[in-house]
Design a protein around this ligand. Structure first.
Ligand SMILES: Nc1ncnc2c1ncn2[C@@H]1O[C@H](COP(=O)(O)OP(=O)(O)OP(=O)(O)O)[C@@H](O)[C@H]1O
Ligand SMILES: [Mg+2]
Length: 431
């Protein structure tokens, strides 16, 4: 958890090619939170996080960096689109909802951890409930029942798909709309409303999941969970505000849209500056939450943001445009690279997909050219190219055929796109 900036960058390198300035910036911001946490309390209170704005063209890894970062540190993390608060008819611009969502994530995280710790403890109870349900269900449809054998079969994993009637907590709760957002009163009054059990039909596997989580919920001390969730939200939470450039109007602009955008900035300001937001788990202080904003900034500039908000994002990093060489690396190097993804998907249907080095060159070259000649969509271009490149194989593969190795080389790539060009030409004629 206490990774050094160097280690953080190394981890990010496994998924994101290039963009070293942005990686360094987020790595430092993250480490600084750890550094701060080691300080005496009085000093700690004085040091607020240095929020970051990432600026760069579309599809070059802004969102990806934020996503990977959050996974890496196991911190409560949410990503929001700033534009959602400018939507026409958005009543009252509930920007505080981002904090409530973040706490929700933290609660789930803490609950999962705690459940994991006590799963072993509840498993005998769950097992005996499952066995009862299995026997009852069989009896109801006049199947001979032998509890010992059922127990053995269950333990051997033979009954996972058997359908059983089992009594589980009724998760459906009354919803009411109180002049605006729908509120789930069941969860607001958690624990106040009587919990109802209901018989439902499902697989043994699903029943085990539900019963386990029910039993865990019974044992886990909710107040502890909520307190820990709030602590993590306040001290480790990260909010990624995407499309921030879209809530920046033209400097001095005074049309309605500009005014509404500026309004959103003013609404967000107190949250970024530090305020207290009431959630159903308790109050959350937002002072130390880390905000990472990102945007393409095609039409607006950071400088057009209201000054108070600008001041809250002192770290600015520019992301680089991706080159042909970057594309080639993105195709093959990341742990979740596109080529790997397609290879593993097609393996299910007995295709062993292999890419030669010169095929990657060709694809990268095409992506770079396409981005120059039509719209620049960054690395997303690779996805569209790969999709049409493999369309034919994807369509024809099925697991009825024996394992086949398909080698994709430069010639294959060139050929594939010659074909589509022909098809396009043909269409022109028809029209
Ligand atoms: N530098 C990179 N290395 C590896 N993959 C990348 C890189 N840049 C983008 N990608 C891939 O391209 C896709 C789009 O990237 P991402 O969502 O990060 O774009 P973005 O910069 O946030 O763009 P936008 O401004 O449109 O939100 C993702 O699938 C991502 O994995
Ligand atoms: Mg993005």
């Amino acid at each position: 958890m206490n990774l050094t900036p160097r280690q953080i960058v190394e981890e990010l390198d496994k998924y994101i090619i290039g963009q070293s300035k942005a990686k360094r910036a987020v790595a430092i911001a993250l480490r600084n939170r750890y550094r701060r946490s080691r300080l005496p309390k009085e000093l700690r209170e004085e040091i607020t996080p240095k929020n970051i704005i990432m600026r760069g063209p579309t599809g070059v890894g802004k969102t990806e960096i934020a996503r990977r970062l959050a996974k890496l540190v196991g911190a409560p993390f949410i990503k929001i689109e700033a534009t959602k608060y400018t939507e026409v008819g958005y009543v009252g611009r509930d920007v505080e909802s981002m904090i409530r969502d973040l706490v929700e994530v933290a609660v789930r995280m803490v609950k999962d951890e705690k459940s994991h710790e006590i799963e072993a403890k509840v498993s005998p109870i769950v097992e005996s409930k499952l066995i009862d349900a299995i026997c009852d269900t069989r009896r109801a449809s006049d199947i001979a029942v032998d509890k010992t054998i059922a127990t053995e079969d269950l333990r051997a994993g033979k009954l996972e798909n058997e359908q059983i009637e089992v009594s589980v907590l009724d998760s459906q709760r009354p919803m009411v709309a109180i002049g605006g957002p729908e509120i789930n009163i069941g969860s607001v009054f958690d624990g106040l409303l009587p919990q109802r059990h209901k018989k439902r039909r499902m697989s043994v596997q699903r029943a085990r999941e539900l019963l386990t989580s029910e039993e865990c919920d019974r044992i886990i001390d909710k107040d502890n969970v909520y307190a820990e969730a709030i602590r993590r939200t306040e001290e480790e939470g990260i909010i990624f505000i995407d499309e921030i450039d879209k809530i920046i109007g033209k400097a001095g602009g005074s049309n309605n849209q500009d005014v509404s955008r500026e309004g959103v900035q003013r609404d967000i300001l107190p949250i970024v500056e530090g305020s207290t937001v009431a959630t159903k788990y308790g109050n959350v202080k937002t002072d130390f939450i880390l905000f990472i904003a990102s945007g393409a900034f095609h039409v607006s500039n950071i400088e057009d943001m209201i000054p108070e908000l600008q001041g809250r994002f002192p770290i600015r990093v520019d992301l680089d445009n991706l080159t042909k060489d970057d594309f080639k690396r993105i195709l093959s190097e990341p742990k979740n690279s596109v080529t790997l993804q397609y290879a593993s998907i097609l393996k299910v249907d007995n295709i062993d997909l292999q890419f030669t080095d010169d095929a990657l060159d060709e694809i990268a070259e095409m992506a770079a050219t396409e981005n120059e000649t039509s719209e620049n969509i960054g690395a997303r271009r690779l996805h569209t190219i790969m999709e049409s490149l493999l369309e034919d194989i994807s369509f024809n593969a099925s697991d009825e055929m024996p394992m086949t190795t398909v080698k994709i080389d430069r010639a294959y790539v060139q050929n594939a796109f010659k074909e589509t060009k022909k098809k396009f030409d043909l269409k022109k004629f028809i029209l």
